[in-house]
Design a protein around this ligand. Structure first.
Ligand code: B12
Length: 253
């Protein structure tokens, strides 16, 4: 669900004094560090609307690149009433409530299959959601009595993921994508969702959930998945979503 923040307020960035419009920005240019590079950084800042712009840090990144931090004033305003936010569309449940709801709706354990796909080897995020030790003070899905977790780990090929989903009779497939270079996370997710659509009838397909720090949570339709989770997701949010989505699927239409 995407909503608009109701607050009708105009704000400016804050640096030294309220509403002074000061912002800090960092970037890298493909030029060796010298006076010319510093001038180039200030030119970019000016073109981006920082006036005045101050160069507060410049550091060579090897022989051919320079990293910059620029501090300056923008004249832009932020209209809080026009901010779009992705609202959580389900209630947050405790592990006990989630277990009871699964028992009631499925009358068996809910099977969750997890993996990092493509060449991605960043398993910390999916492990934070699945492993019993969990994340941010919450236990992971392995802790839930009514959830069976199968974690395939890193660099899983899509055909292997589909085969494992069939073998385990997965109710939900949870995929992590952390590397976003050349939009690898988007390409891999589309490939994954297409493979599941091809190999399952639409009413038998498991829920497809993807997560990672740089996803846009509103992009589900374009990526062909049921739900996207971003930065800072906790296991309880995922468990609550799964309970909600499976109940919705089983409800008579
Ligand atoms: C640890 C780490 C590694 C470790 C990974 C170890 C492991 N077993 O995971 C190692 C050293 C192996 C590694 C390697 C590489 N890394 Co690295 N790595 C990191 C680092 C420092 C932390 C990532 C992390 O663990 N975050 C903590 C977890 C808890 O957060 P999270 O992943 O965001 O997960 C949360 C949410 O996003 C969400 N979530 C995530 N997945 C899912 C899935 C589902 C289903 C759900 C519901 C939720 C969910 O829930 C989690 C909890 O809230 C980041 C930089 C950073 N500070 O983020 C770089 C970073 C991710 N790595 C990067 C890169 C480039 C690489 C390498 C290519 C480097 C190289 N040149 O070799 C390789 C690639 C290896 C590969 N084949 O994938 C870049 C990625 C750039 C990009 N945007 O594409 C980053 C951002 C560093 C950087 N600034 O350049 N890396």
């Amino acid at each position: 669900m995407t909503g608009t923040v109701a607050e009708n307020r105009i704000v400016r960035p804050y640096g030294d004094t309220t509403g002074d419009g000061m912002v800090q920005m960092s970037f890298t240019l493909p030029v060796p560090h010298d006076k010319r590079a510093e001038g180039a950084a200030l030119q970019l800042a000016a073109k981006m609307g920082l006036d005045p712009a101050m160069l507060v840090h410049a550091k060579a990144m090897g022989p051919d690149f320079t990293f910059f931090v620029v501090y300056g004033r923008v004249t832009h305003l932020v209209d809080l009433s026009a901010v779009q936010v992705h609202e959580r569309e389900y209630p947050l449940l405790s592990p006990k409530e989630a277990n009871n709801a699964i028992k009631r709706t499925l009358r068996r354990k809910l099977v969750v299959l997890g993996a990092c796909i493509g060449t991605d080897a960043h398993t910390v995020g999916i492990d934070a959601i699945l492993n019993i030790k969990g994340f941010a003070g919450e236990k992971g899905l392995e802790y839930y009595r009514e959830i069976k977790v199968v974690n395939l780990g890193a660099q899983v090929l899509v055909p292997d993921l589909v085969a494992a989903s069939r073998a385990e009779k997965a109710d939900a497939v949870l995929v992590s994508q952390v590397v976003t270079q050349r939009d690898a996370h988007l390409r891999n997710t589309r490939e994954m969702s297409a493979a599941f659509r091809e190999s399952y009838p639409s009413d038998k397909r498991p829920l497809l959930v993807v997560g990672g720090p740089r996803f846009d949570e509103t992009a589900t339709v374009g990526l062909g998945v049921d739900r996207i989770f971003g930065r800072g997701t906790t296991p309880g949010e995922v468990a609550s979503y799964l309970v909600h989505a499976l109940a919705e699927r089983r409800a008579p239409s």
